[in-house]
Ligand binder design. Sequence first.
Ligand SMILES: CC(C)(COP(=O)(O)OP(=O)(O)OC[C@H]1O[C@@H](n2cnc3c(N)ncnc32)[C@H](O)[C@@H]1OP(=O)(O)O)[C@@H](O)C(=O)NCCC(=O)NCCSC(=O)C[C@@H](O)CCCCCCCCCCCCC(=O)O
Length: 719
Amino acid sequence: MARYELVKRSVALITLTNPPVNALSSPVRHAIANSMERALSDPKVRAVVICGENGRFCGGADIREFAGPLRGPPLIPVLEAIEAGDKPVVAAIEGMALGGGFELALFCHYRIAQSKARLGLPEVTLGILPAAGGTQRLPRLIGIPAALEMITTGRHISAQEALKLGIVDQVTDQNACETALEFALKAVGKPLSPRRVSTLTTPCPPDLDALLEAATMQVKKKTPGVMAPLACIQAVRAAATMPYSKGMKRESELMATLFNSGQARALQYCFFAQRTAGKWTLPSGAQWNNSKPREIRSAAVIGLGTMGRGIVVSLARVGISVIAVESEKKLLENGRQMVIGMLERDAKRRGVSASLNLLKFTLSLQDLKDVDLVIEAVFEDMALKKRVFQELSKVCRPGTLLCTNTSGLDVDALAGVTDRPHLVAGMHFFSPAHVMKLLEVVCGPRSSSETIATAMSLGKKMGKVSVAVGNCPGFVGNRMLKPYLDQATFLLEEGATPEQIDKALEDFGFAMGVFRMSDLAGLDVGWRVRKESGLTGPDVDPKNPPRKRQGRRYCPIPDMVCEQGRFGQKTGRGWYKYDKPGDTNAKPDPLIQNLLETYRSRYGIQPRNISDQEIIERCLFVLANEGFRILEDGMAARPEDIDVIYLFGYAFPRHRGGPMFYASMVGLERVLERLEHYHQAHPDVPHLEPSALLKKLVACGSPPVQQWREHIKTMRSHL
Ligand SMILES: CC(C)(COP(=O)(O)OP(=O)(O)OC[C@H]1O[C@@H](n2cnc3c(N)ncnc32)[C@H](O)[C@@H]1OP(=O)(O)O)[C@@H](O)C(=O)NCCC(=O)NCCSC(=O)C[C@@H](O)CCCCCCCCCCCCC(=O)O
């Protein structure tokens, strides 16, 4: 777990050897302690260099160890022996020094970083704080404001920024280890006391209280209800106001409050869920590690609406040449200008030049004959999409992959009109596509493993979190959204207001409640879909009693809002009112209140007081219940995939872990009991009926979410 060598006859080189990121697991901590003892006691050794194998210094504590009882030597005493020793110790930082890895470097007397290395204290993103002295040592080294920013955001910084801030002593373009060995020899004999960070006094700004207060306000606004950033601020305050040893004690007290919290568990779950989601698998046995993706050098995007434009930008900024297609000259010109503007702004922000030379704009599908992959992003209309796919089938060379950006239509029906159904898949981007990180890769029953591997790998290249899902209406994300939205509108019927429902969801942690979010997205989209599917408008079957469709409860309030031309922010009116179209400041609208009252009295509904608890339970338990059904149907491979979709596509609060993890934290038995209760009260809402998988898991003793897969394995997979 660490290699010990004597080099240049007088330098002990300690190399951490724990792939893939040299995390500080118990055996690594052991090995560091033993190696340091050996180096300090060997008279031949005059200096020590610590580095990491495979060009990666250290990714921090082994997060997997946090799930069980802590074993092995505690980290802090191991690190204290490094600082206290009488031989200079140099950290040779290549790749990354993160979390405990960065703290290890801060205990060394000197730090040399390779120019491409990244450094940071990302603990806050895992619901904890840098508890191996990070909160006490970094402020002593670089001052309160810079340390506070790094610790409360978890931001990774470059080697150059680390040099500017005074974190590292030298940045090299060469091998950091070689440079550190030379450096260590020169450091021999120089006094070590000034190099021990624990002995430094924290430079204390005169306006400390105001600074910390401003930081507190900022994190409360940015991440309401999240504990770790607030604890980080308290720990940094201790660095400014207490001697080192007392500050360390305060740091560990604060860590203890966070360590076993539900938030820390949720955030650490999210870390691993995100990585698990990339490991897709198909019923054929093909999976992420045995299927080769094709290299995509050129692509085409059909349709330059909001989605299409974002997709073009996502492709071009990772160096893929793109042909963008529109059906009319005016639309093409408009799209061209928008795309160029987006790319230029994006390039400016990233300090690179815009890749405009990769773009071509055309009105003719004939220009697509040689591209490697096409992404269709036309209007959400099956007949139109089928025409496009038939045409593509004729003009594109036989090997071209054909993908659709549909948000819920049948991908296999599109595959069926082509001459290459195995090369067809869904690539469901989220709006705005160049910003949102989620990509659902929809596997049709005929999609080949190479097609899925290529779509997944292209998503990764574009910086997306790609999740493979099955081909069912709405796929995973939008399929789950429907029962969630339904519950919100049923609650309106029963007596709640949009403001009350939104507040309950925002207090839970959503950045925006369901109605504010719908106003932002535009209410007309859903209205059109409902009209097309005969749920509202002239095609409604007159045999349906009011507020029922096919025997199920149906709430027509969203249709009534749209009938008044209230389409959300863009029209200045929706569930809320806005000062003008396009404004974002939502204000409660008495007209909506009126509409609700009139509606309730028309149908003889006696409004009742609805608690926030009922709002959360009905909206979120029904969401998870549909997630269980999706797992049952084999449309998602595991609960982690569903959670990742909700975290990255629907802004589910990360410190709650995602709908499936949240259900497991509440307790599956409780979720089942509440769903049964609500279903009894609303028997005409089938989505409230507990799913078979939920019942099965409860019967099996409610295993933790990571073990659900074992119970899903026996079910049919469409992935
Ligand atoms: C490092 C990365 C940037 C690399 O990214 P890359 O894209 O190259 O690779 P992947 O992200 O895909 O990762 C590859 C692989 O490695 C796994 N992995 C990565 N990092 C870790 C890790 N730190 N631990 C374990 N495993 C890790 C990853 O899961 C992948 O695995 P797979 O199987 O999918 O291949 C990137 O990975 C990254 O950002 N990593 C996380 C970096 C990070 O957040 N580091 C901080 C960790 S927390 C920490 O360091 C805490 C310290 O401050 C020390 C604290 C000491 C105190 C300890 C406990 C005291 C408890 C007291 C309370 C007691 C209370 C009580 O009484 O109970």
